[in-house]
Ligand binder design. Structure first.
Ligand code: ARG
Length: 470
């Protein structure tokens, strides 16, 4: 059996089924790199405290770097019988260095390691997600530019409301994703990565020793983070170890942010599914992201969008899972908290995959201009708001004007006539005339009357475009 980090007080061997049940290596191997960084800081702190001799610290550091290299080139293979990633790395060091490796665990606890590892994982993954989201934002902005002159139909209550530009439709989602981007940046800026918690009550290692250890290792540790976000202030000596080892609020915050992003993705998916049905036929979806039916030969199903919408259940579920996990735990660390990892990893992996595919997908969505222009021509309801507004400009109180426009549309419907076909005598009853009607019932007029959407959000992106994915 693989050596554990505990055991002296036990007479009996652990039950093998329970051992499997309690182990986390099958998913927490993802934290290997961050666990090495914790050990690098810690071994330097031990040197400063005189617990390790310079030669010993050097050897430990070199062995840690060997394992780190394996991780970085994707060659890291863990022993599935190790209890967790901390045990795995400790055992690897012991294989390399013998008893010297056992000194590394002086005055530290896995409770301390795991919170460090998870917080640094959040940094790295947030930066990756920001990069992917930026890619999506760039494409939305390009598409909006391309469709400056194209009309689209705006809905409320899933009923036709007003003519809009397709550019504005795209920029609506763009705005949501910009807010997601900013939320994530704020999260990143506020993260802290504590060391020196011990099991719950801090440790014998002096503040100064840790401070110096952090200072000396920090450059090496954060060089993998994109420069735009690299922040040395993340790494701190824990000022409140009891609180730091007890909470997973940072994970709940992270998954909340991802849930909001997922909600936006899901709404977009729903919109595109509806608009690409035969009934709407406003948009044509790229074939390479659709699938067919094994029975119905004509089918072109929007599976990417359906999965994008469907995965919302997983992302929300992961958030609720964490909230529930934490809700009744007494201080400080409890083993329940080991179960925070699968929801975290699963949400991060799903979101990254979704954004990667969305960037390719959205570029290829085609606007069915013919259908849109037919709707704009035929549906006179789309202009009634402008009729009411015109009358308001002429001095009629808006609610009266609203009623007149409503009556006009009802009149035309009852007579089964187009408003454009009504003669001047009738139009006069509604304080209108043919000239005015032909001016108003024109999509260009409708669009031009409106203040265009504020492009502030779009400008913000321009400032971000220097950023490249780490
Ligand atoms: N695998 C554990 C987790 O993820 C690491 C911390 C273990 N601490 C302990 N006291 N058993 O939470």
């Amino acid at each position: 059996m693989v050596k554990k980090l505990w055991g002296g007080r036990f007479k009996k061997k652990i039950d093998s089924d329970f051992d499997k049940f309690q182990s986390s290596i099958q998913y927490d191997w993802r934290l290997a790199e961050y666990d090495i960084y914790h050990s690098m800081i810690h071994s330097l702190a031990l040197l400063k405290m005189g617990v390790l001799k310079p030669q010993e610290e050097k050897k430990l550091n070199a062995a840690l770097k060997e394992i780190l290299d394996e991780i970085k080139i994707g060659q890291f293979k863990y022993n599935p019988e190790s209890e967790d990633i901390h045990t795995e790395i400790q055992n690897r060091l012991t294989e390399k260095l013998g008893d010297l490796a056992l000194k590394l665990h002086s005055f530290r606890s896995r409770n301390d390691q795991i919170v460090f590892d998870e917080r640094y994982y959040c940094v790295i993954e947030t930066v990756k997600i920001l990069g992917l989201l930026l890619e999506v934002l760039g494409i939305f902005s390009e598409l909006a530019n391309k469709h400056k002159e194209d009309f689209f139909i705006g809905y409320t209550h899933t009923q036709r409301a007003q003519i809009i530009k397709f550019e504005d439709y795209l920029l609506a989602y763009y705005g949501m994703f910009v807010r997601d981007f900013e939320r994530m940046e704020r999260f990143l800026k506020n993260l802290e990565i504590p060391v020196g918690c011990g099991a719950l009550a801090g440790s014998y290692i002096k503040k100064e020793a840790y401070k110096k250890a952090i200072e000396e290792t920090i450059e090496f540790i954060i060089k993998g983070v994109n420069e735009r976000y690299r922040d040395k202030r993340w790494f701190k000596l824990s000022e409140n170890p009891l609180s730091d080892v007890s909470d997973r609020d940072f994970l709940i915050e992270f998954l909340s942010i991802l849930s909001i992003l997922q909600m936006h993705l899901s709404r977009l998916a729903e919109d595109l599914i509806i608009y690409s049905t035969k009934e709407f036929n406003f948009l044509i979806l790229p074939e390479e992201f659709c699938t067919g039916s094994s029975l119905l030969p004509h089918k072109k199903n929007p599976d990417f969008l359906e999965l994008l919408r469907g995965y919302t259940s997983r992302i929300y579920g992961d958030l609720v899972s964490l909230l529930t996990l934490m809700k009744g735990l007494p201080l400080a660390y409890n083993r329940d908290m080991q179960l925070d990892k699968e929801p975290l990893f699963s949400s991060v992996e799903i979101i990254k995959e979704e954004l990667k595919i969305l960037a390719k997908f959205i570029k290829e969505v085609k606007l069915n201009k013919k259908v849109i222009s037919k709707v704009i021509k035929e549906d006179q309801n789309l202009y009634t708001t402008e009729v009411a507004e015109y009358l308001t400009e002429k001095g009629i109180p808006f609610l009266k004007a609203h009623e007149i426009a409503g009556k006009l549309i009802r009149f035309a419907e009852e007579k089964n006539k187009k408003i454009k076909e009504l003669d001047n005598k009738i139009l006069k009853r509604f304080s209108l005339n043919k000239k005015i009607i032909s001016e108003i019932f024109n999509p260009n007029f409708v669009i031009k009357r409106r203040r265009s959407i504020d492009k502030e959000a779009e400008n913000k992106l321009k400032a971000l475009l220097g950023f490249k994915n780490a």
